[in-house]
Design a protein around this ligand. Sequence first.
Ligand SMILES: Nc1ncnc2c1ncn2[C@@H]1O[C@H](COP(=O)(O)OP(=O)(O)OP(=O)(O)O)[C@@H](O)[C@H]1O
Ligand SMILES: [Mg+2]
Length: 227
Amino acid sequence: MIKKMKKFFITATDTDAGKTYVAQAFVNALVGKQYKVAAYKPVSAGCQLIDSQLVNEDALLLAKQANCHQTISQINPIAFEKPIAPHIAAAEMNQEISISLLKAHYSEVVNIQPEIIVTEGAGGWRLPLGNGHYLSEFAQTTNQEVILVVNMKLGCLNHAVLTYQAIINDGLNCVGWIANCQQEMPYLDENISELQKLITAPLLAQLSLEPDISTASSRFDLTPLNL
Ligand SMILES: Nc1ncnc2c1ncn2[C@@H]1O[C@H](COP(=O)(O)OP(=O)(O)OP(=O)(O)O)[C@@H](O)[C@H]1O
Ligand SMILES: [Mg+2]
């Protein structure tokens, strides 16, 4: 039993870095420990129209792992059809993605009273929402614990350190990072050891190109999260 609701925000060095994959595995690991876990994907761009509802694949994948019987639109309330930067998709529809709207939808997830909410960001840490705002402000104002997914490839050290520093400078707690090793990388071990020196948060998992979510889930070390 968790006394106070835990709120995790999964960010990454870039789009396609493995946020959904990691979020699925993380939720799977938490559900495996009998926690009541809800998922949230505040905004998505790149959806299919199913029964006159825009459905994002990330939301469908998260719904399969979480255990709070959420609807897809509850997991992902703001969805755009085109796979483009969300603020551009929103402007095309004459819509605004405000932090207060993201928080209002988030409070619906909070109201389910899960023990843990796992939120998957979109893009990287400084995803613009338009009007000078960023998705990072949502994580900040809801005081979430941040998990950083590093897509292990040449150039990731710079992206990882910049992202980590931005999270810390925003006053948030980066509670861990994931080395997501989806592709061959020369000197992978050396790069991971370097990141372990540069990022003071613990390495929660090192994932290879995993065959399925339950295998990926078994690679997580949840102990540093103090659940
Ligand atoms: N460790 C892994 N093992 C196997 N497949 C992976 C792994 N990491 C990522 N993938 C696959 O790589 C692709 C991109 O990953 P994913 O969708 O998780 O990225 P993302 O950061 O969520 O992207 P987006 O910014 O679009 O939300 C997906 O098809 C995912 O299943
Ligand atoms: Mg995703």
